[in-house]
Write a protein that binds this ligand. Structure first.
Ligand code: RP5
Length: 163
């Protein structure tokens, strides 16, 4: 199996990692190779644009981008790559992540970012897995197994409550 990264996880600061590592964890569970980078839209704009422009040619298939506050990273990456971009609003000290959420979700028509919930990095990883699974029957089968496990866990919790 190729170990070349298929998913790029980018974040505005290393301080975002405590939230973003859940995306990496989900990809690891599905044995999907990924890479991780810090790319601040405001502190290193040239590097951020270069990363976005090169991502497709480097073989990445999906980008996951997390940022907090004035969270421009996901949208700016989406503006320079044809790849699907999943945005993760990272909550900071103030405003409970609403600033990050609105910065990421309110994209202009023509430049989509698939925004997950505030601090929803695990779902970002799972969504990236589903995007890849669309063209990978074996991965799709593992996703179905995962969904079955979720069902069984929820069913079990209900049984325990009723007991
Ligand atoms: C954003 O500013 C980053 O994505 C991070 O969420 C926030 C704070 O960054 P640091 O000051 O912790 O580096 O661009």
């Amino acid at each position: 199996m190729s170990t070349a990264p298929l998913v790029g996880i980018a974040m505005g600061s290393d301080s975002d990692w405590t939230v973003m590592e859940a995306a990496a964890q989900a990809l690891t569970e599905f044995e999907i190779p990924f890479e991780v980078d810090v790319l601040s839209a405001h502190r290193m704009p040239a590097e951020m644009i270069a990363y976005g422009e090169a991502a497709d040619a480097r073989g990445l298939k999906v980008l996951i981008a997390g940022a907090g506050g004035a969270a421009h990273l996901p949208g700016m990456l989406a503006s320079v790559t044809p790849l699907p971009v999943i945005g993760v609003p990272v909550p900071l000290k103030y405003l409970d992540g609403m600033d990050s959420l609105l910065s990421i979700v309110q994209m202009p028509a023509g430049v989509p970012v698939a925004t997950v919930s505030i601090a929803g990095a695990r779902n970002a990883g799972l969504l990236a897995a589903r995007v890849l699974a669309a063209h990978d029957p074996e991965l799709r089968s593992r996703m179905k197994d995962f969904q079955q496990q979720l069902n069984e866990q929820a069913t079990e919790k209900g049984k325990r409550l009723r007991a």
